[in-house]
Design a binder for this molecule. Structure first.
Ligand code: 5RP
Length: 223
């Protein structure tokens, strides 16, 4: 079974979880990336359950609008019932690395608000220790070199994702070579660097549930 089929399978499982929610009308947080886009494509099947959506990127917002869903500013919704999004890596504690699609800051904000965060991924994203996937860090453009030097002090090799500007007008450094034994501590340490907007570690606010697509079916992991 190829990776895209596994992503589709896990998106379908997430749609079922949303359908099973006890409330009739839901405010849904929608993430970014190919797995999230499979979820968006399937959302029409449960349109009657969606009050409105909030989106973690301009790209997902456009897709949602094209499909006739309303997309509301996060500041204008009273709550987010469920946030559905993919990940680049996930460990057993449901700590994640995200930001492969450069949407990490808005993703982290929506996850912070959400009552329940369901992460959807194919099984290749499951790891024992985070860090094989380079950690994305969103940085204010004028602080790029300063933050890069600070990240080198932590043992990483930051690489500027040239040509990428985030929806917030910032740049991304992808940090290679980090062996992330203490994700919560590292998330805080990188957040503390002047000029950093956000980093792609989701450990202070991990997923509540991880749905993993495997050839044997969908695995549901919680902590
Ligand atoms: C975007 C993300 C995505 O969730 C992550 O990159 C996974 O993408 P995909 O579902 O395409 O594998 O964090 O910023």
């Amino acid at each position: 079974m190829d990776q895209d089929t596994l992503k589709m399978q896990v998106a379908a499982a997430a749609l079922q979880s949303v359908s099973d929610h006890p409330d009739e009308l839901l405010v849904l947080g929608i993430g970014t990336g190919s797995t999230a886009e499979h979820f968006i494509q399937g959302l029409k099947t449960i349109r009657h359950r969606v009050d409105t959506t909030v989106s973690s990127s301009e790209r997902s917002a456009s897709l949602l609008r094209e499909m006739g869903f309303s997309v509301t500013d996060l500041n204008a919704v009273p709550r987010v019932d469920i946030y559905i999004d993919g990940a680049d890596e996930a460990n057993e504690q449901l700590h994640l690395i995200k930001g492969g699609g450069a949407a990490l800051t808005r993703e982290k904000i929506v996850a912070a608000v959400a009552e329940r965060f369901i992460c959807i991924a194919d099984e290749s994203k499951r790891v024992d220790t985070l860090g094989a996937f380079p950690l994305p860090v969103e940085v204010i453009p004028m602080a790029r070199s300063h933050v890069a030097r600070e990240l080198v002090k932590l043992g990483g090799q930051p690489v500027w994702r040239e040509g990428t500007i985030t929806d917030n007008g910032n740049v991304i450094l992808d940090v290679h070579g980090l062996n992330i034994a203490s994700p919560i501590e590292l998330e805080r340490q990188i957040n503390d660097m002047t000029g950093v907007v956000c980093n792609g570690l989701f450990a202070l606010r991990p997923a509540d549930e991880l749905l993993l697509g495997t050839p044997e079916g969908v695995l549901r992991l919680t902590v």
